[in-house]
Design a protein around this ligand. Sequence first.
Ligand code: TXA
Ligand code: MG
Length: 348
Amino acid sequence: KTKMKRLETLETDNSILQEAGRILREGGLVAFPTETVYGLGADALNEKAAEKIYAAKGRPSDNPLIVHIAEKEALDRIAKEISAEATKVIEKYWPGPLTLIFEKTDAVPEGTTGGLDTVAVRMPSHALARALIREGGGYVAAPSANTSGRPSPTSAEHVREDLWGKVDLIIDGGETEIGIESTILDVSVTPPVILRPGAITKEMLEEAVGRVEMDETLFSGDSKEPPKAPGMKYRHYAPKAEMTVIDGEIQDVIEEINRRAEEDLRQGKRVGIIATEESCLQYRKGSVKSIGLRTEEATVANGLYRILREFDAEGTDCIYSEAFGSEGIGNAIMNRLLKAAGHHIIKL
Ligand code: TXA
Ligand code: MG
């Protein structure tokens, strides 16, 4: 029953948007592109519709959804209190890849927030996404449009792999620009806390509001505290292969990965290597893929989920990845890599 339709620019064909909007208003599911990753949308204020998302993704029902809006004014109906810090980051970074956590109003059903009394809200910068949200009634709940446990989709093809037959419509708007999910900032507390790092970095947020904290459970594998964003506890972004991140001086890392890859190949395993434009020619064996330019980490973020899906498709048994920086977007990259690796990291 799923349809897939290509919609590159807003001018081309508004009938697709109108159809998508109608599906959403009638309680159906529409997958659509945003600047971060593809989202799986449903009417956020319709509990029955939001619940369909959990079934389609195979997602645990205690994992709340992000409500997407098309204009800032739409926030008032769903957020109880908008702090001074929230106002500042909204002014600076909305629309964009930033999700904010507020105390929710009664307009938001608990089926959307996984029973929490807070709500996550994001206003995407992707023009087509915003047009769709408007057509769909103004409040669209959308998790990443992948099957729970698989890497987030950065193209409509990825969505098709996971959700064909489970959603009403997939809008193909080409590859996503950023490639990893939005930064989540809890502005219901002071100082605000980053629950998930993303393209809007800690440094950028601090520029707008002063002190910002990071939920430290995100970077350790054996923390006793659960992460504050319920979804971050699951081993998301998981490739089928066993994955190891190797950290250290880059030449040592390359040597160590080459050594391990040869050993695994001798045992008959399929080996995948996540390298960069700068390093990829120095790997001798295995399936070597360049994730992007080390000197331009935004390109690395952009290649990450696509590469993990490619290794899945190749039936890779073990993946070795170089490590990346801990500042700026490097922070978000390492968070996703470590999750994919089940926090398996070797420091040389
Ligand atoms: O870039 C993105 O944010 C994409 C696109 C489609 O907008 N969406 C996305 O949604 O990544 P999802 O559902 O895959 O991730 C949402 C995360 C989960 O970890 C969830 O637990 C957390 O946000 N979250 C949602 N509501 C929350 C709340 N009220 N308090 C704390 N965490 C919340
Ligand atoms: Mg997700």
